[in-house]
Design a protein around this ligand. Structure first.
Ligand code: MRU
Length: 354
C-alpha cells in the first residue's frame, strides 16, 4: 500500500531484523519500528505495535525464524521450544499467530535457513490471500453501496491489502460509488485511528461513527451491507472478532442488512468446533479508563476519561454466532457460515454416518 507515494507492507523481515509500521503512533505519526530479536518482536505483538490477525501472524512467524537464527550459536533445542511458547503467549485470540508459528517451527527443525524461507512464505501468502479476498468480496458490492465496518481489517491488519477493506478498495477502483461508515471501535479506536487513516489515504469516502450509532443508521436504511474481519473462526461458522462485532451482527439481522465476514483460511481453527472454545483476550482496564491522542501542539497525551476510583472490564473480542452471518469471504471463494461448507473448504470430511 502507498504511504506518501512509497510502497509499504505492514510487517517484513530483512536480515535478522523484523520491521513493522508502528501502529500505536498512527494516525498522527508514521514510523517504522525495528525488532532485532525474537523477544523484541514478542513485545511488539503484545504491545500492539503490530496488530490485526494477519499482521501478527506474519510477525509471529518472523519471530519464530529469529529464534531459530539465534539458536545457531546461542540457543539449544529446548530453548527453541521456550521461544515458541513466548511467541504464542503474546496474544491468545488470533488463529493466524498460532498457524504461522507452527509452520515456521516445523520448517526450522530442518534448519534455521528453512525457518526463514517459511516465514517469508507465510507473509507472502497472507498478502496474496488478502488480494484474492478483495476480488471475491468486490463481487458482493453493488454499483452504489453504503458499507459499515468495525475495527480495522484493512492492509494494516495484514501484510497488505487487508480483508474487510480489500473488497472496498477494489470496488472503488472498479468505479463503484462506495461510502464507508467506520465504527470508532473503542477502547483502542482502531476504526477512528487506523481504518479512517487508511480510507483517507486511499481517497475512499467515509465517515467515523460512534460505536453505538450503527443500529440507528440501519433502522434509517442508511447501510446496505456490513463487512468485518475475523480473528478466529470455528468450524461451525462462529466468528471471533473485535469486541462490538456481535451487536452489529444482531442489529444487522433485525434490519435485514447483509452481514459478511472476510478472512483467509489461516484464520479458521479446525480444533474449535464452536465459538465457545475460542480463547478471548482480556486486556488492561487502562485501555478503557484512559484515551491517548495528540494535543493542539501535536504532543501525545494520555488522559483519564472515566470516573476516578472506578474500575473497568476490557474483553478484546466477542463471538458472533454463525446464524447472524450471510457469508464468509475467503481467498478460495465465499462460503456459508455452516459446518458443512467450512469443512469442505478446509478439506475436513465428517465421518460417514451408519
Ligand atoms: O486487537 P487487534 O487490533 O489486533 O484486533 C484484531 C483486529 O484487527 C480486529 O478484530 C479485526 O476486525 C480482525 S481482522 C484482522
Amino acid at each position: 500500500m502507498l504511504v506518501n507515494e512509497k510502497s509499504y507492507q505492514t510487517v517484513w523481515m530483512e536480515g535478522s531484523s523484523v520491521f513493522m509500521i508502528e501502529q500505536n503512533l498512527l494516525p498522527f505519526e508514521f514510523k517504522i519500528h525495528e525488532c532485532k530479536t525474537y523477544w523484541d518482536t514478542c513485545i511488539a505483538i503484545h504491545d500492539m505495535i503490530v496488530r490485526g490477525a494477519g499482521a501478527i501472524g506474519a510477525a509471529a512467524g518472523f519471530a519464530m525464524a529469529q529464534a531459530f537464527l539465534l539458536s545457531k550459536d546461542k540457543m539449544k533445542a529446548v530453548t527453541i521450544r521456550e521461544a515458541r511458547q513466548d511467541i504464542e503467549n503474546t496474544r491468545p485470540t488470533a488463529k493466524n499467530l498460532f498457524y504461522a508459528v507452527d509452520r515456521v517451527y516445523r520448517a526450522g527443525l530442518i534448519s534455521p535457513e528453512n525457518a526463514m524461507i517459511e516465514a517469508q512464505k507465510v507473509a507472502v501468502q497472507d498478502a496474496a490471500d488478502s488480494k484474492s479476498i478483495g476480488e471475491y468480496g468486490s463481487e458482493l458490492i453493488g454499483k452504489k453501496a453504503n458499507i459499515l465496518t468495525h475495527c480495522n481489517a484493512g492492509w494494516l491488519a495484514f501484510v497488505d491489502y487487508g480483508t474487510a477493506l480489500a473488497p472496498i478498495y477494489l470496488a472503488k477502483r472498479q468505479g463503484k460509488d462506495v461510502f464507508v461508515y467506520v465504527d470508532e471501535t473503542r477502547p483502542r479506536s482502531q476504526g477512528s485511528k487506523l481504518t479512517a487513516w487508511e480510507l483517507y489515504n486511499d481517497g475512499v469516502p467515509h465517515v467515523i461513527i460512534p460505536d453505538n450509532a450503527a443500529a440507528a443508521l440501519m433502522s434509517q436504511n442508511k447501510i446496505d451491507m456490513v463487512i468485518v474481519g475475523a480473528d478466529r473462526i470455528a468450524t461451525n461458522g462462529d466468528v471471533a472478532n473485535k469486541i462490538g462485532t456481535l451487536e452489529k451482527a444482531v442489529v444487522a439481522k433485525e434490519f435485514g442488512v447483509p452481514f459478511y465476514v472476510a478472512a483467509p483460511t489461516s484464520t479458521f481453527d479446525k480444533d474449535c468446533a464452536t465459538g465457545k472454545e475460542i480463547p478471548i483476550e482480556e486486556r488492561s482496564q487502562d485501555e478503557v479508563l484512559y484515551q491517548t491522542g495528540v494535543d493542539a501542539n501535536g504532543n501525545t497525551v494520555k488522559i483519564r476519561v472515566a470516573s476516578p476510583g472506578s474500575t473497568a472490564l476490557n474483553p478484546a473480542f466477542d463471538v458472533t454466532p454463525a446464524k447472524y452471518i450471510n457469508g464468509i469471504i475467503t481467498e478460495k471463494g465465499i462460503v456459508k457460515a455452516h459446518h458443512k461448507s467450512i469443512k469442505a473448504l478446509l478439506g475436513i470430511y465428517e465421518k460417514p454416518y451408519f
